[in-house]
Design a protein around this ligand. Structure first.
Ligand code: ADP
Ligand code: MG
Length: 235
C-alpha cells in the first residue's frame, strides 16, 4: 500500500513586488521519504519552504498537511499540525543556552514530554546543552536549529541547507540522522547543494529554476537531463 501524502503542495505561487519567486509549483511528500529540492541560487527553494511553513502567505495555490488545509496558516499553527522547518541561516535565541533553546521549542510543540538532552544527543550536540547559543559555530548552530525543529515532534520536516558549512567529517552523521528520521516515518524535504550529500540522503529530487519545476525524478536522471545540466552550469 502506498501511504497517502503527508504534504501536498499544488500550484503554489508567491510573488514579491509583482515578480514571481514561485510560479505554480506542485510537490508531494509521503511519510518515510526524503525528497531533495535542488536548483540554482534564487530559484525559489527557500521561498517554497517559507510559504509552506507559513512565514509568507502564498499569492495563490494550496498546501495540504496531513489531511488539513494548511494554506496560509501561521507558523505556530503549522507546528501544532505537525510541520516544522530549519533555516538556511539559523537564528537561535542567543542569550539562552543550547538546552534552553530546545526547551523553548519543546513547550511550543506537540510532545513536551520528550527529553531535550536526547534530542541534543541525536543532533550531535550531546554534552553541549550548557553552552550559550551565541558561542556555537555555524555547523553547531545548524544542528541546534535542527534540534529545535525536532523538539516540536514534526511529521513533516523541511530542511534548508543543513550540510552547507559542515565539516567533511560531520556530513555522514547529518546524513545518517536525516535517514533515521525518515525511517521513523517522517516526510522530509531537503534543500542542499552538495551532490554527494543529496545522493546519500534523498529518494528522489525536484529541481526548480526561476520558481518553476523543471525536473522531478531520480537524481541519476536529473544529472543527465539537458535542461537541468544547463541551469546548473549556467548558474
Ligand atoms: P533559493 O533559496 O533557491 O536560493 P530564494 O527562495 O531565496 O532562492 O529566492 C528566490 C527569489 O525570490 C529571489 O529572486 C529572491 O530575491 C526573491 N525573494 C525571496 N524572498 C524575498 C523577499 N522577502 N522579498 C523580495 N524578494 C524575495
Ligand atoms: Mg535558499
Amino acid at each position: 500500500m502506498v501511504a497517502s501524502p503527508a504534504l501536498q503542495v499544488s500550484g503554489l505561487t508567491r510573488s514579491f513586488g509583482g515578480l514571481p519567486a514561485l510560479a505554480g509549483v506542485d510537490l508531494e511528500l509521503r511519510p518515510g521519504e526524503v525528497v531533495g529540492l535542488l536548483g540554482p541560487n534564487g530559484s525559489g527553494k527557500t521561498t517554497l519552504i517559507n510559504v509552506v511553513s507559513g512565514v509568507y502567505r502564498p499569492t495563490s495555490g494550496k498546501v495540504e498537511l496531513l489531511g488539513h488545509d494548511a494554506t496560509g496558516r501561521a507558523p505556530e499553527r503549522l507546528v501544532r499540525l505537525g510541520l516544522n522547518r530549519t533555516f538556511q541561516t539559523p537564528r537561535p535565541f542567543r542569550p539562552l543556552s543550547v538546552l534552553e533553546n530546545v526547551q523553548v521549542a519543546l513547550r511550543h510543540g506537540r510532545d513536551a514530554r520528550q527529553s531535550p538532552e536526547e534530542i541534543l544527543d541525536l543532533c550531535g550536540l550531546g554534552g553541549q546543552g550548557g553552552l550559550p547559543a551565541e558561542s556555537l559555530n555555524s555547523s553547531q548552530q545548524k544542528r541546534l536549529d535542527l534540534a529545535r525543529a525536532l523538539a516540536t515532534a514534526p511529521e513533516v520536516l523541511l530542511v534548508d541547507e543543513l550540510a552547507a558549512g559542515m565539516r567533511h567529517d560531520e556530513l555522514d552523521g547529518a546524513a545518517e540522522l536525516l535517514r533515521k528520521l525518515a525511517a521513523a516515518g517522517r516526510a522530509l524535504l531537503v534543500v542542499e547543494h552538495l551532490m554527494g550529500f543529496v545522493r546519500q540522503v534523498t529518494d528522489r529530487v525536484v529541481v526548480l529554476n526561476a520558481g518553476t519545476t523543471i525536473f522531478a525524478g531520480s537524481l541519476e536522471e536529473a544529472s543527465e537531463d539537458p535542461h537541468v545540466v544547463e541551469v546548473f552550469l549556467g548558474a
